[in-house]
Design a protein around this ligand. Structure first.
Ligand code: 26V
Length: 809
């Protein structure tokens, strides 16, 4: 890319403002500037996008397609500038024109097309694929409404619709000519052809047009631009004369038109509880049918190979079970349109698909009612039924020892279609997202499938893109690192390990200290502006940011805060390092318990933050509307990273990796990727506490835990629970009683009380360590040094070599 200077960019911005928006710089708002700059960046991206596509065609490279119902990409202007190598120049040009880059970037609305970990992982993976020159693309849905915007009103979560497309979105290109038709409902008729093969015709189907919008995925300073293709649902409007009557009919039924547009209307905001809603099933089939049609069309256009050799050029990763209908959809097209026989189609299909599992929580497992699937997708249902028949027969005849397990293995059982089973049977690879998670899949959750197909199972520990989460979010830290070890780590993040050599260098540790403090000041400012609360930037910033979920145990965290508050009230002069507890979390709108916890955190905050007795030693901050952009502000300022899920329940976690990379110390359980962080940094650079996964699973199986015993014997616990029960925190007596009951009457299913004491003790250790500044800074730098292991570049290399068998081009 030609080197662009700040002066050159200024000229272009000035011209762009006049041409596109008809205004001068002096009249331009931050938003005008945001658009002008975005279109200039687009001009830089477009030629490389074209070139990348062309080169994939010429080189006939094998492509990976990542199918996901969620891509949580956040804002793109700053990351595109970074990856194009224009970020510094752009900041300079903006400043010289009298604009703050931060405010200009903030004009972009987050593309919140995901719930949490799974969607953000997909976004990090796309960044790594492009940055490593891999031919890999995403397919998803262009939801008109992303994840709801959260407001906190009187301590309660209130959800507002996120109409992120209200203003024009500069990063997308509509590709109407590549639209495809998706069919729902209708009747399937079967005919015998002359050669004896079967032909299927559909009658009276409801047709929906899937129109792609492409978003460029820019590689880091390498001129690669891959594609994220998002499908939008529209009515099919025929252009020919015969169909006009049909169209007219159509306009008489605007409800129908509306129901079509609903398919890409909004992102389901629940990542905690599976709900068998037909609209969600429609969304899933809409995504997979349009994507598979498109993939096959491209394959046929780009290669002279027969479709029976598809797997030489195409591999498809399905992100959780949500897109697993892609498997029968591929079978349908191969058989009904490409005329392959069942065996050949099955051979092709099972060589193309790979499946990633992201949770073992039974509440999240997808199973669809058989009649719903049969009614909405009759032909797809027939195919699933046949896959199931053949699979069950093969167990019956080949695995006598598993015969009585057939009801637990069958894809269709007890009137429901089990999507994880379909995904395992139809894929050549099944992976978990951290070592412990994969082990639990193999030994417990998917044990029988593992015994049937041991060769399919493999682990791919998650990763995060260090470009967004370090270079972009924390440029000051990135600069210090480069000053110390040179810039090679940017292309090879594992080289961060060279920082270890300097982890005892006092002068250097001081530099790291200064950066952290500046980041904390910036966050303190943000907090002040958004909540009106002043926090002490010398206090420990203790951070828990993630979706609100019982298993993630925000409740344990706030119980600890209540305990500290109670202690301080009794003894206001006790020696305590000031603490700021920072929370960010959205609860699924229908998740009552989660919303109660949000209310509790906010209620505790409203008491603690204004209590003069405790002399400002404790502050509790709940930042509303936690999303990717807010994460970018919080993470660089974190001292302690709270990763305190009930062991065995957090598949991996990725926030843990982001905070580690920004020098926070993990305080957590032996769960998910925390275990791998612990392996790397060792006991002395992490604070581990609580039950292990084996212990948790043992209690679930054998009993032996009684929450009430702890309530009766630990005064600190009793005090807190009684405060909840007696309405000490609430405006009404009944407020928070449910939390009390949930713990004592459901025997504390997430072991909050059981882990409470070790949690307190570990916090005390952490506080002591924090007071010893040099030791703490050494721990912090050690964590940064080892964090290169969790760059998604590493993860993507492993997917590419072990599963996808694709090459860098
Ligand atoms: C689940 C469901 C279930 C009901 C229907 C809608 C819906 C939508 C999303 C999900 C996602 C749950 C799975 C998930 O996000 N898992 C998280 O994946 C992260 C990336 O692998 C991982 O780091 C987290 O530990 C894991 O909880």
């Amino acid at each position: 890319m030609p080197q662009l200077t700040a002066n050159h960019l200024k000229d272009r911005l000035v011209k762009r403002l006049i041409i596109d928006r008809g205004i001068e710089v002096s009249d331009a708002t931050n938003k005008d500037m945001y658009y002008a700059l975005s279109y200039i960046v687009n001009d830089e991206i477009m030629p490389n996008w074209f070139k990348t596509n062309k080169s994939y065609g010429e080189k006939q490279a094998k492509q990976v397609y990542y199918l996901s119902m969620e891509f949580l990409i956040g804002r793109l202007l700053e990351s595109n500038l970074l990856n194009c190598g224009m970020l510094d120049v752009a900041k300079e040009a903006l400043e010289e024109l009298g604009f703050h880059s931060e405010f200009v970037f903030a004009e972009e609305r987050d593309a919140g097309l995901g719930n949490g970990g799974l969607g953000r992982l997909a976004a990090c993976f796309l960044d790594s694929l492009a940055s490593l020159h891999y031919p890999g693309h995403g397919y998803g849905i262009r939801y008109r409404y992303g994840l709801f915007e959260q407001r906190i009103i009187h301590g309660n979560q209130v959800e507002l619709p996120d109409y992120w497309l209200k203003d024009s979105y500069p990063w997308e290109t509509r590709k109407e000519e590549e639209a495809v038709v998706i069919q729902f409902h209708g009747k399937v008729h079967m005919f015998k052809r002359n050669d004896g093969s079967l032909e299927f015709k559909y009658e009276n189907t409801d047709k929906v047009l899937a129109v792609p919008y492409d978003i460029p995925v820019v590689g880091y300073k390498n001129e690669v631009v891959n594609t994220l293709r998002l499908w939008s649902a529209e009515p099919v409007l025929e252009q020919n004369a015969e169909a006009m009557e049909e169209n007219r009919e159509f306009y008489r039924d605007l409800d129908h038109q509306h129901s079509i547009e609903q398919i890409s209307g909004f992102l389901y905001p629940d990542d905690s509880n599976y709900e068998g809603k037909e609209l969600r099933l429609k969304q899933q089939y809409f995504l997979v049918s349009s994507s598979i049609q498109n993939i096959l069309k491209k394959f046929k256009k780009g290669h002279r190979l027969p479709v029976s050799r598809l797997s030489e050029k195409v591999v498809i990763q399905i992100n959780d079970t949500h897109p697993s209908l892609a498997i029968p959809e591929m079978m349908r097209i191969l058989m009904d349109e490409e005329r392959l026989d069942w065996d050949t189609a099955w051979e092709v299909t099972t060589k193309v698909f790979a499946y990633t599992n992201h949770t073992t929580l039974s509440e999240a497992l997808e199973t669809w009612p058989q009649e719903m699937l049969q009614n909405l997708l009759p032909r797809i249902y027939m195919i699933i039924d046949e896959i199931n028949e053949r699979f069950c027969k093969s167990i019956w005849f080949n695995y006598e020892e598993l015969r009585d397990k057939i009801p637990e293995l069958a894809i269709i059982a007890h009137g429901r279609v089990h999507m994880a089973r379909l995904a395992i049977v139809g894929s050549f690879s099944v992976n978990g997202v951290a070592r412990i998670h994969t082990e639990i899949l193999k030994k417990k959750e998917m044990r029988d499938f593992y015994s049937l197909f041991p060769e399919k199972f493999n682990n791919k520990t998650n990763g995060i893109t260090h470009r967004r989460w370090l270079l972009q979010a924390n440029p000051k830290l990135a600069d210090v690192i480069t000053e110390v070890i040179g810039p090679q780590w940017i292309k090879r993040p594992k080289q961060l390990i060279s920082l270890l050599k300097y982890s005892n260098d006092k002068a250097l540790l001081e530099k790291f200290n200064r950066v952290k403090h500046e980041n904390k000041k910036a966050l303190a400012n943000y907090i002040h502006q958004h909540t009106g609360i002043l926090v002490d930037d010398q206090s420990i910033f203790d951070v828990q940011i993630k979706r609100l979920h019982e298993y993630k145990r925000q409740l344990l965290n706030i119980f600890h805060v209540i305990y500290l508050y109670n202690e301080l009230k009794e003894n206001p002069n006790q020696d305590m390092t000031p603490h700021t507890f920072i929370f960010g979390a959205k609860a699924a709108p229908s998740y009552y318990v989660a919303k109660e916890v949000i209310k509790l955190i906010n209620t505790v905050a409203s008491i603690v933050n204004y209590d003069k007795d405790i002399q400002g030693k404790l502050k509790v901050i709940f930042l509303e509307n936690y999303n990717v952009s807010l994460a970018e502000k919080i993470i660089p300022a974190a001292d302690i990273s709270e990763q305190i899920s009930t062991a065995s329940k957090e598949a991996s976690g990725t926030g843990n990796m982001k905070m580690m990379m920004n020098g926070a110390i993990t305080l957590g359980t032996m769960d998910g990727a925390n275990i791998e962080i612990h392996d790397l940094v060792g006991d002395s650079n992490i604070f581990i506490f609580g039950l292990t996964a084996d212990e948790v699973l043992h209690y679930y199986q054998n009993g032996g835990y009684n929450a009430r015993d702890i309530y009766n014997t630990d005064d600190r616990v009793k005090r807190i629970l009684d405060q909840l029960n007696q309405g000490e925190f609430g405006k009404h007596d009944i407020e928070f009683k449910d939390i009390f009951y949930n713990i004592l009457y459901h025997n504390d299913p997430y072991f909050v009380l059981k882990d409470f004491e070790p949690y307190l003790e570990t916090h005390e250790l952490a506080e002591r360590a924090y007071r010893d500044r040099l030791t703490w800074l050494n721990m912090s730098v050690t964590n940064i040094a080892y964090s290169g292991k969790f760059s998604s570049d590493q993860t993507i290399r492993e997917y590419a070599t072990d599963i996808w068998k694709i090459k860098q081009v």
